[in-house]
Ligand binder design. Structure first.
Ligand SMILES: [Zn+2]
Length: 165
């Protein structure tokens, strides 16, 4: 029997906004999979559909394609944005919500797919990930319990880091 050659995955570990992570298909390159997270670097494929994810993560364009195919999700959609993209608009959020009927989370990523800011289950802004020593801790603790400072929705993290520089 010949086993298919599996290249060791390199890339940044995908951090799902909900832990423990559900069965998730990541539709973007540069990520590392795990037991329940499978990476489809070239986007949605028949293999991705066979994987039967209950959550998908990827850039907005990829998620739109999956929505148009009518694929059903049971858990969540994670929109990956970067500093070069526009952040998720209310219209896009509405579109994903009506297409999939599951919670929508945004995550802002750095150039190496590292997580910079992430929306939590309370959906009241994006928690900053990492150290921002000059930034005060959030006085109004988020309903999720995470005290990390938050960016308002649709704020870009690079604007904030410029302010802090
Ligand atoms: Zn929160």
């Amino acid at each position: 029997m010949i086993l298919p050659f599996r290249r060791r995955e390199t890339g940044t570990k995908f951090v799902h906004p909900v832990q423990p992570a559900p069965r998730t298909a990541v539709l973007a390159p540069g990520f590392q999979g795990s037991r329940l997270v499978r990476v489809f670097a070239s986007g949605w494929t028949a293999d991705a559909a066979r994987f039967a994810p209950s959550s998908i993560a990827g850039p907005l364009e990829e998620l739109r394609k999956v929505a148009e195919l009518g694929f059903e999700l049971r858990h969540s959609v994670v929109v990956l944005t970067s500093n070069d993209d526009a952040t998720l608009s209310d219209e896009d959020r509405e579109f994903l919500w009506s297409a999939f009927g599951v919670p929508v989370f945004e995550q802002q990523l750095g150039p190496d797919n590292e997580l910079l800011a992430a929306e939590c289950g309370a959906h009241s802004g994006m928690h900053l990930v990492g150290d921002f020593p000059t930034l005060r801790r959030d006085k109004n603790t988020c309903a999720c319990g995470n005290p990390a400072p938050r960016l308002p929705r649709r704020a870009r993290i690079n604007e904030l880091t410029d302010l802090l520089a």
